[in-house]
Design a protein around this ligand. Structure first.
Ligand SMILES: [Zn+2]
Ligand SMILES: [Zn+2]
Length: 392
């Protein structure tokens, strides 16, 4: 086991960066201050810096002494629209916005890694693209960068990224080959009937009754049409229609979410929801309109890359610190990078007795000593990944 120690001064610097970003959180595609700090720091370290890719995205390129492939390491920069409930000196100064998902830590760790890899560039074969992306929280910042040609422009061959979580103990890592995080889609379903008097249903087409049929009917997709060993969830989160006791409303609007771990299952869910909605409405003489809102795809780790990351982390930190993660129902737009090139995404534990609130909780905070493990993990994967050369 070769330990890759992060010097205390670098850890202190990462903590300071993280706290500064934590105090000044910015929402999706508004990460101007954060992106400015990232670009300035990388420029000061002599990297070739490209800004405004996918609006506020930043890429820093670092060339090794030897030729080799270009691999990317990714950090997301955006915060969440909620008010922080922590009593810490570095509490958010921006009301209604907080880094409750730890993206401040992601930026601080990747900047720390830039520094270490730069010092060790004599060992580096190829080029590292340090990718700081906007808008992970629902905005699809990864896709925005890809649509501006991120992969082709910098000839990126492989992608790696990590996410802090309090689910795992501080300094531990967790990953799995194949699907790690779910795909999420949402939909709006409007049932159009014919309004009327509550005492004369025969002169109306009641969309409330149709909506009730739909809630039950849609649940049967999961129980009757999806392989029982394949995870799939459908939730109707809102039903809105009607105003009073004795009026049949003309329409009812439903909102729902679907989570899946497999693209074929995801496609099946959309098709079945559409079929059941149309036919249930038609059977009642109502009509329906379904607006499908595709969100992030499944975050699937390339098995070869997952094995590589596991072996690399185990070599540096010991196999006992590299856990097998179960599939997680959360979603990640790193999934778009993983669709573009072979990739691996993993979790970095940052929880302890003091830091146990889950990501997205208003009191989410992390054990900052985990930042050292995150920096070292980025560096280890960068150096070993580039040393592998091109191809699998
Ligand atoms: Zn999040
Ligand atoms: Zn996140």
């Amino acid at each position: 086991m070769t330990t890759l120690a992060v010097p205390p001064s670098l850890l202190a610097q990462a903590v300071a960066v993280r706290r500064d970003l934590h105090m000044h959180p910015e929402l999706a595609f508004e990460e101007h201050r954060t992106a400015g700090i990232v670009a300035e720091r990388m420029r000061a370290l002599g990297l070739e810096v490209h800004e405004r890719i996918g609006q506020t995205g930043v890429v820093g390129l670092l060339d090794g002494a030897q030729p080799g492939p270009t691999i990317m390491l990714r950090a997301d920069m955006d915060a969440l629209p909620l008010t922080e409930e922590n009593d810490v000196p570095y509490v958010s100064r921006n009301p209604g916005v907080t880094h409750a998902c730890g993206h401040d830590a992601h930026v601080a760790m990747l900047l720390g890694a830039v520094e270490v890899v730069r010092e060790r560039r004599g060992e580096l074969c190829g080029r590292i693209a340090f990718v700081f992306q906007p808008a992970e929280e629902g905005g699809g910042g990864a896709l925005a960068m890809l649509e501006e040609g991120l992969i082709e422009r910098f000839a990126i061959e492989r992608a790696y990224g990590l996410h802090v979580t309090t689910i795992f103990p501080s300094g531990a890592f967790a990953l799995r080959p194949g699907p790690l995080m779910a795909a999420v889609d949402s939909f709006d379903l409007v049932v159009e009937g014919v309004g009327g008097h509550g005492a004369m249903p025969q002169r109306a087409v009641d969309p409330v009754v149709v909506a009730a049929d739909l809630v039950g009917g849609l649940q049967r997709i999961v129980s009757r049409e999806i392989d029982p060993i394949e995870p799939a969830v459908i939730t109707i989160g809102a039903i809105n229609g009607g105003t009073t006791y004795n009026v049949i409303p003309p329409r009812v609007a439903l909102k729902g979410t679907v989570r899946t771990f497999d693209q074929a299952t995801r496609d099946t869910m959309e098709a079945r929801i559409r079929r059941i909605a149309e036919h249930t409405c038609a059977a009642a003489n109502a009509t329906c309109s379904l607006a499908w809102h595709p969100s992030y795809p499944v975050t699937a780790n390339d098995p070869h890359e997952a094995a590589f990351v596991r072996a690399t982390l185990a070599a540096h930190f010991g196999a006992e610190r590299v856990l097998e993660s179960p599939p997680v129902m959360g979603s990640e737009d790193f999934s778009y990078f993983a669709q573009a090139v072979p990739a691996c995404f993993w979790f970095l534990g940052a929880g302890d007795d003091e830091h146990r609130f889950p990501n997205h909780h208003p009191a989410f905070d992390i054990d900052e000593t985990a930042l050292g493990a995150g920096i070292a993990a980025h560096v280890a994967v960068a150096l070993a990944g580039a040393a592998r050369g091109s191809g699998p």
